[in-house]
Write a protein that binds this ligand. Structure first.
Ligand code: ADP
Ligand code: MG
Length: 185
């Protein structure tokens, strides 16, 4: 049964998506590049080999330039693919264009070689809102919550600073991030 918090989440999702849909292309590119700068300042890429990323949907923060840089450094980039039963798994790409349109219009990796969860040591995660205490509001499918339930490594929420807010309603299935990175230092 839906609880009050679920209705509050739904209202916040709508409001957040409205706001994000109003961003201009210039704004998205500029802020995304600033966010990449902050990621580079805060994350020691040397410490990791396999990086979980995502393909931006709509006006989500675009980390593709960073993905390309890491691929050129010989790192492994894995992207999520949606499976049955609202499950998600990650698959490697060797190039940024090794993807096709999948469920929900998300660009999914072509590869069929699933990356074991334990091999992914750091993951960048998009969201509509993140709270100061690390909670995430997604599209409402609960995909990341299911995947992260037993994910033991670093979870970094990535968003524009206006999406980083004091608090969001949570359920017990919600998995908090370890850190949130925006364009702000
Ligand atoms: P989102 O995280 O995408 O914002 P919610 O947190 O509201 O979405 O979750 C959406 C739905 O997904 C919930 O109603 C819940 O039933 C389901 N869900 C989330 N995590 C799990 C889980 N670990 N196991 C089973 N169902 C889950
Ligand atoms: Mg959730």
């Amino acid at each position: 049964m839906k609880k009050l918090g679920d209705f509050m989440k739904e209202a916040l999702r709508k409001e957040g998506l409205n706001k994000r849909n109003q961003m201009s292309c210039d704004e998205i590119v500029n802020l995304s590049n600033k966010i990449i700068k902050q990621i580079k300042k805060r994350i020691d890429f040397e410490s990791y080999q396999v990086f979980g990323f995502y393909m931006p949907l709509g006006n989500e923060v675009d980390l593709r330039p960073l993905m390309e840089e890491l691929i050129n450094l010989g790192k492994t980039i894995v992207l999520p693919k949606v499976h049955d039963k609202k499950q998600m798994e990650f698959y490697p790409i060797q190039r940024i264009d090794e993807v096709h349109v999948g469920k929900y219009q998300v660009l999914e990796p072509n590869s069929k070689e699933k990356m074991p969860k334990t091999n992914i040591k750091i993951m960048f995660i998009p969201g509509i809102y993140f709270s100061y205490d690390g909670y995430r509001l997604g599209f409402g499918g609960g995909y990341y919550d299911r995947y992260l339930e037993d994910y033991p490594h670093l979870k970094i929420g990535v968003c524009y600073s206006y999406q980083h807010i004091t608090s969001i309603p949570t359920n017990c299935h919600d998995i908090p991030m370890d850190d949130i990175i925006t364009e702000n230092p």
